[in-house]
Structures are given as C-alpha cells and as structure tokens.
Design a protein around this ligand. Structure first.
Ligand code: ARG
Length: 465
C-alpha cells in the first residue's frame, strides 16, 4: 500500500529493496537543484491557477508552501533522506505535509520528466552566466599583464624549440582570444539552454488546458520546446555545455603547462609566489606549481563528463529513460570544476606569479631565434628567400662551430658570407627589432600588439552578447 512515501501509485504492493532504493535514488546529488525545482513549481502552480485548472486559492496555498520549503532549505532545516528518491518527490512530499491535500495537486499536468529537464536548464543557465563573468575576470587579468609587458620579450617556440622572439603581451593575448571564444560560445549555448520543456508532460503533452508560454514567461525562458518528446529527452544543451567546458579546460591546461615549464629551473621565466605554491614534504628547496598542475589534471575529468553524456545519449530511444538521471553529476561536476579552475587560475595569474624579466631578456639574446630575420634581410634586398634561407643555415652552422651567436659575427664575416650584408644587419637582428618588424596584422610587432590591446579592451566592455 502506498503510504505516501514513494512517488508512484498503489499499483505497487511492496516497498523497494533498501539497496535498490539507494541505487535508484538521486536525492544525494539532485538536491543541488532544489531552489530551481521550487522556482519551476511555483511557475507551474501559478499557471494551473491562471488557466483555472486549480482555484486561485489553491494556487496561492501551493506557492506559500513552496516558499516555506525554500526557507527551510536555506536555513538548513530541510534534509530529505534517501526515501525521498529525488528532489522533486522530496519537495512534493514536504508540500503535502505542510499544506495538506492541496499539495497533491501540484503535480497536475506535469511529469518529473519535463520537470527535471526544466530544473537543469534553470540551474545551468545561471551557472553559464556565472562562468561567463569569471571568464571576463580571467581575460581582464590576462589583459592587465599584457599591458605591462608589451615590450617584454619572450622566446616564441615551435616544437618547443626556440623559434622567434615575441612580445610577452602577444603570448598572453593568445589566451585572451581563446577565452573570448569561450565566452562567446557559452553565450550561444545559453540561448539553447534557455528553452522551456515544461508542459511536455511525461512525453506526449497533457490533457489539461495548460499554458506553456505562461510558464516559460514566468521562468524567463527565451522560448518553448515545440515537440514534447524532444522536450523531455533533449540534453544537447548539456553536451554543448560540457564541450565548451572541455575547451575552457584545454585552454587553461595549455597555459598551466607553460607556467609549469616557465617555473622550472630550466626555464626560470617566472617565479611562483608563496601564496600560490606549495612546498615538498621532504625536499626543502622546492616550490611546487600545484595550482597549474591541478588545473591540468582536472582537465581529464571534464573530458570524461563530456564522454559520459555523449555515451548516455547515443542509444537512447525516445523519450525519457532513467539513464538520463546520470546527466546530473556530470553537469554539476563539470560546472564546479570549471568554476574552481577559473577562480584559481585568475588568482594565480593576478598575484601568484612574477615574470623574471631579466631571465627573459637574457633568453632572447642568447640564441639563434633571429635567424629568420637574417634571411628576411637578404630577401628584402632581392635575394630569393630560399637562397637566403640556405645561406643563413650555413651561417648558423659556422657560428655554432665557432661558439658564436649571430650578433657576434664581424661585419667582414657577414660580408664574406654575402656581399649584400651591411652594418645595419646588427640592428635588423637585435631581438627588439626582430619583434617590432613583425608588423603584419595579428603579428607580434609592438604596433600590432598595442592595437590588439585596444580591441581587447573594447571586447571586454561587451558583457551581454
Ligand atoms: N530523478 C530523475 C532524473 O534525474 C527524475 C525524473 C524521473 N522520471 C521518471 N520517469 N522516473 O532524471
């Protein structure tokens, strides 16, 4: 006999096996959705009263009871156990305890299937907006460093071999642009998340004269699902979110990897401040870059959640299937991981590292990363580039053999290599000039970097689109 302790009907004669009840329950994690569940239920109750499906007084009683539960939750007094199965049933059961039989009317013209999809959307759209704000802060810190370091040079790498020096600002702005795409991408996903499935019923709609546009407007959704089957079972938005989250992690993880390298003794380009690094329990000389390492490490779990959700969806027949209960932990953990990583990385970049400019300066002066510029020098004087390139290859080889850098070659030596070399070769291969000369659009030339910073600032002013 149904004692009102479980969601389903008197068709069931015996209670669930306790282990099965535990296995089946989602209350342990979907309690995260409780405020959204209550908000969704209030909109539904209003709509039921508005359409005359229940009376105005009944609607008001439901709302009063739901607000009461919200308060109990906020004050830590509402802690449903495993027997509540999920957040929806927990709220409905409490509502009936509080308000009597009218509580049993809340679920008229609704199913947990459209309810849960509504709840996740309300939750996720809030989180998306929060993450977008965090991305803006992250971009702000990147931009601030960029402004300080326009003229600081850093070796630029390909294949992790020194390639050409670049402005440190240019390097950091690359991450600004990645974050900009992340911000835009989440903005697009927000719109597809912000669509109301409420009123799709269990799968086929409902026999009651509900008003789906009314609830959608109450909940500030941008639209309503046009097909009830799709409405209850679509999780594309969650997959898109985890995909966007994965890309954010890719970007944070790449910079983390660079920071770890830069902080090593081999590079020594940055120094970690005590507030953002940890020591070793055995080796007293060490300062470890735990924060970027953790960010790099946490990347895998977000990828994992994306993979999990894709796999959950791939074989699901329409419409709702209990497999979908598995979406919650993936989404929640994806959200929390992104939030935590963005917060930590923002603090780390803002106050946890210092660029060792003297080391950077030395680094760009002590290598052959100006070799391309020697070839460009000759090419600009009419020597075909490939010929100039081959010649410079030889120059590098003989210099290496002589233990010299290009800047150490005498003018006679230069002219011995090619008659077109003149005294201005020294200026052409000085790292500052090498960087300044790359003035093509989007390049590292200081002029380009300055205008890139200007546009980046303008982009940051946009907090909406
Ligand atoms: N806890 C369920 C979930 O997370 C709610 C929907 C249950 N619907 C059902 N028909 N069993 O998906």
């Amino acid at each position: 006999m149904n004692q009102g302790n479980q969601t389903w009907s008197d068709r069931f004669e015996s209670a669930l096996h306790p282990a099965i009840a535990r296995f089946n329950a989602s209350i342990g994690f979907d309690i995260e959705l409780i405020e959204y569940d209550i908000t969704g239920s209030i909109a539904h109750a209003k709509m039921l009263a508005h359409t005359g499906i229940i009376s105005k007084e009944e609607g008001q009683q439901l709302i009063t009871g739901l607000e009461q539960i919200r308060l109990e939750h906020q004050e830590g007094r509402f802690n449903p156990g495993i027997d509540a199965e999920d957040v929806h049933f927990a709220v409905e059961r409490r509502l009936t305890q509080l308000m009597g039989d009218v509580g049993k009317k809340l679920h008229t013209a609704r199913s947990r299937n459209d309810q849960i999809n509504t709840d996740i959307r309300l939750y996720l759209r809030d989180q998306i907006q929060g993450i977008r704000i965090q991305l803006r802060e992250w971009q702000g810190v990147l931009l601030k460093h960029a402004e300080t370091h326009i003229e600081t040079l850093i070796p630029g790498y390909t294949h992790l071999q020194r390639a050409q020096p670049v402005s440190l600002a240019h390097h950091l702005l690359a991450y600004f642009h990645m974050a900009q795409r992340d911000w835009e991408r989440l903005g697009e996903i927000y719109h597809r998340t912000n669509v109301s499935p409420l009123g799709s019923g269990a799968l086929a709609g409902t026999t009651f004269p509900i008003d789906r546009h009314y609830t959608a407007a109450e909940l500030k959704f941008g639209g309503v699902y046009a097909n009830s089957l799709d409405g209850v079972s679509d999780r594309d938005f969650a997959i898109e979110f985890l995909c966007a989250a994965s890309l954010i992690m890719v970007h944070l993880s790449r910079l983390s990897e660079e920071m770890i390298l830069w902080g090593s003794q081999e590079f020594s380009f940055i120094q970690f401040q005590d507030s953002c690094s940890t020591g070793s329990s055995i080796m007293p000389q060490k300062k470890n870059p735990d924060i970027p390492e953790l960010v790099r490490g946490k990347t895998g779990r977000v990828f994992g959640h994306l993979q999990a959700l894709l796999t959950i969806m791939k074989g699901l027949p329409l419409a709702y299937n209990k497999d979908l209960q598995e979406d919650k932990e993936a989404i929640f953990d994806g959200v929390k991981t992104i939030q935590g990583c963005l917060e930590a990385m923002t603090i780390l970049l803002r106050e946890g590292i210092e660029f060792r400019t003297e080391r950077l300066e030395a680094a760009v002066n002590e290598d052959f990363s100006n070799a391309t510029d020697v070839a460009d020098y000759l090419a600009a004087k009419g020597v075909p580039f490939r010929e100039a390139y081959n010649l410079v290859g030889k120059v590098v080889k003989t210099s290496l053999a002589a233990g010299k850098l290009l800047k150490d070659l005498t003018l006679e030596e230069w002219q011995g290599l090619h008659p077109q070399f003149e005294a201005d070769i020294y200026e052409a291969i000085a790292p500052r000039q090498v960087v300044a000369a790359r003035n093509s659009y989007g390049g590292t030339g200081f002029e380009q970097v300055r205008s890139a910073i200007k546009s980046a600032k303008e982009q940051l002013l946009d907090t909406k689109s």
